[in-house]
Design a binder for this molecule. Sequence first.
Ligand code: AP5
Length: 207
Amino acid sequence: MDASIILFGPPGAGKGTQAVKISEITGKPQISTGDMLRKSVSEKTDLGIEAQSYMESGLLVPDELIIQLIAERIKQKDASRGVLFDGFPRTLKQAEALSLIVNISSVISIEVPDEEIVGRIVGRRMDPQTGEIYHIDFKPPPTEIEYRLVQRKDDNEETVRNRLAAYHQQTSPLSSWYSEKGLLFTVDGNRTIDEVGKDIENFLIQK
Ligand code: AP5
């Protein structure tokens, strides 16, 4: 398996938004543990049933379940040229497990202050037909598709506060872990979607 990239940052930082373009540039498929878990929840698989309550309260799903999910996913053929991890790893245990099975070429960290996050999350809408992510103010959807947009169950103010707390306690320490390995590239995510995307694109081109 070729080297992979990690997209890192707090909830609502813009990981999913930027992942689409990064995948286009690098040819590496996006692997979002959040999307995989939501699919398991909607299909009511054993994993989904176990993960649901954690996700709805904004807590991290146990490491063992996530590590197993990733270990299975990267066996698939499209992962042979490396992948783009979105929202994984989120704990030191996940990062250590990943380091044993995958070579990481870079970790792109999108940094956004907490006070910006709540507005981004509460205003997010998803198009279930295309997977496109919109925002009622920052990336308004075309009016003709507004009727079919959905809001994630965990996209409410109370859950976001728990997700942010989980991020600061369990996930953000990973940025120094990757920085010490010389893999971390940080981007100021508190700008427009296009500006953030341009910085990431320049980084990928120079690499
Ligand atoms: P997950 O689905 O990964 O959620 P998250 O990390 O909280 O990230 P989000 O999807 O909320 O945000 P994003 O950074 O992708 O932002 P987006 O681009 O959509 O995880 C959900 C849950 O699953 C977790 O809470 C946990 O329970 C579980 N889970 C998942 N992975 C796990 C793991 N590895 N271990 C354990 N548990 C795990 O953008 C957000 C909004 O902002 C959008 O509306 C967008 O249009 C807008 N926006 C984007 N960029 C900008 C910008 N520059 N300016 C203005 N608006 C912007």
